[in-house]
Design a protein around this ligand. Structure first.
Ligand SMILES: Nc1ncnc2c1ncn2[C@@H]1O[C@H](COP(=O)(O)OP(=O)(O)OP(=O)(O)O)[C@@H](O)[C@H]1O
Ligand SMILES: [Mg+2]
Length: 268
């Protein structure tokens, strides 16, 4: 990680707390995996990427082997009777930051990757992991970590507390008939959890220069970046390779790089 960002060098720079939401298949994980690595390259502060989808996806884009284990059972204890709060918590003495250092997977470019956990460990295990996951995202020091969330498709999870860590939301939208209609709904929902100046749209898989304009007029959201449809990017993803490693000069990567600068510029 090198410090090349002038935005992050200012005295009052605040790390990003950004949730990416959108319709299933819109391109959230493809964008977030690349975004997190480019952010880590551009900034000294560490980057934690949260994957709250129990299905594998984001790990591949980051350049990890399949990795969807949640937080280890050993990190979590049941609360004592009479102690307030959810049923499980991080074990005493283990801070949110310690838990990230100990249990998050280190992805390329030093990005920390934390997955809510899949069901291989059974329902009990995913419950423990889930509680720890929530505790980490609410207790991680605000002034140090960039926290980038890749939330699963649809509206239920993102807007029932899961986006609570975020102070900015990016709605990923394809300029298709269905994509635009969903984008309108996301705009309304997200508008009730963050300030209007912290709510953005990213056009995904853009096919014409008209797409951004359509997204803005149909959703009322400000388009902060447009990521083109990119065959090379799609091919890498299909192979399970990180596009950033396989095709670093692909047009979609260049636009995700611009998205990093744009968000840092307006949010930090
Ligand atoms: N710019 C792009 N050009 C071409 N293909 C893309 C682009 N962005 C994403 N894709 C492809 O679109 C598909 C869906 O992308 P992705 O899995 O990132 O969507 P998602 O929003 O995370 O989906 P889910 O809601 O299921 O988590 C993938 O096959 C991905 O490789
Ligand atoms: Mg995804």
């Amino acid at each position: 990680m090198t410090s090349t960002s002038s935005a992050s060098d200012t005295a009052d720079a605040r790390p990003l707390r950004t949730a990416f939401v959108g319709k299933g298949g819109a391109g959230k994980s493809a964008i977030v995996g690349t975004f997190a690595r480019l952010l880590a390259r551009a900034d000294d502060e560490p980057v934690l990427v949260l994957d709250s989808d129990p299905m594998p996806g984001l790990a591949f884009t980051l350049g990890l082997e399949i990795d969807d284990a949640g937080i280890d059972d050993a990190a979590v204890v049941e609360r004592a009777e009479g102690e307030e709060g959810p049923r499980f918590r991080l074990r005493p003495g283990l801070s949110a930051e310690d838990a990230v250092e100990a249990y998050a997977t280190v992805a390329p470019d030093g990005v920390r990757f934390l997955q809510i956990g899949n069901l291989r460990g059974g329902v009990g295990s995913i419950m423990r992991s889930q509680h720890a996951f929530h505790q980490i995202k609410s207790e991680l020091p605000r002034n140090r970590w960039h926290v980038i969330g890749d939330l699963p498709g649809g509206t239920r999870q993102p807007f029932l507390g899961w986006a609570g860590f975020a102070d900015s939301v990016v709605v990923v939208i394809e300029a298709s008939a269905k994509g635009l209609l969903s984008g309108r709904r996301f705009a309304k929902l997200a508008g009730s959890v963050v300030e209007p100046d912290r709510l953005f749209a990213v056009v995904s898989k853009a096919r014409s220069s008209d797409d951004a304009q359509q997204v803005e007029s149909r959703t009322g959201l400000r388009v902060i970046e447009s990521i083109p449809w990119d065959d090379a990017f799609a091919d890498a993803e299909r192979e399970g390779l990180a596009p950033l490693d396989a095709v670093p000069d692909a047009p979609a990567i260049q636009q995700i790089q611009s998205l990093v600068h744009a968000l840092q510029g307006v949010l930090t």
